[in-house]
Design a protein around this ligand. Sequence first.
Ligand code: HEM
Length: 223
Amino acid sequence: MKRVYIYKGFERFWHWTQAALIIFLAFTGFEVHGTFDLLGFEQAARFHRVASWMLIGLIVFAIFWHVVTGEWKQYIPTSKKLIDQVRYYSIGMFKGEKHPTQKTQLRKLNPLQRLVYLSFKLILVPITVISGILYMFHKTIDRNNIVVVQDISLESLAFWHTLGAFLLMVFLVVHVYMTTTGHTPTSNIQAMLTGYEELEDETDQAAVSDNLKSDSKPKKTTL
Ligand code: HEM
């Protein structure tokens, strides 16, 4: 085994801040929704709006970081070993079989993770954020009579926003469970905290050189 630097500083900051903000937004959002009463509607709505601007700011920085470091290439979907990966998570890992794909610095996501995280970034987060922004400015937009959104009712925006929030919570539960399926139950979480992970040596080397030959390699960066 070799200790490899997998997650860079900004990536770890972005991951944990995003997680904290989404949990806080879910907490305040579901209070606004009327699911429970703790802070009071006014306070929950105020906190929700502040946190939503923080999340938007974080997303802007994260997009910039993914583009300039080339890390976005880690999310390019592939069908290679996708079925093997699904089989591993549903049957193989319970039988103690070996992981079908090897994690490396330049290929940190397995085929299933690529697909799930790409959908998270391109579908789930945009549904929630865009419906949230339209929700926030609905009255102003109506007043200014902007044609594009004129016909979208507040009810349908609330529906899409709540659906996005609900799916984000489902994602969170599944995601936390999946983090326990590494070499040890806490190795993936530790890697996202420290940046380092213990990976198999020879296969790692082989996979790295394999990856270096590929056209779509992300830049090796220490950002
Ligand atoms: C940039 C992101 C977001 C924006 C701009 C946003 C904006 C809003 C706004 C304007 C409201 C109406 C309450 C109010 O007037 O303040 C709202 C409600 C709500 N938000 Fe968000 N939000 C965002 C992210 C999230 C996230 C990540 C979650 C959960 C994971 C969430 C869950 C909810 C829920 C459940 C409601 C109640 C919907 C209803 O029943 O009407 N929001 N949000």
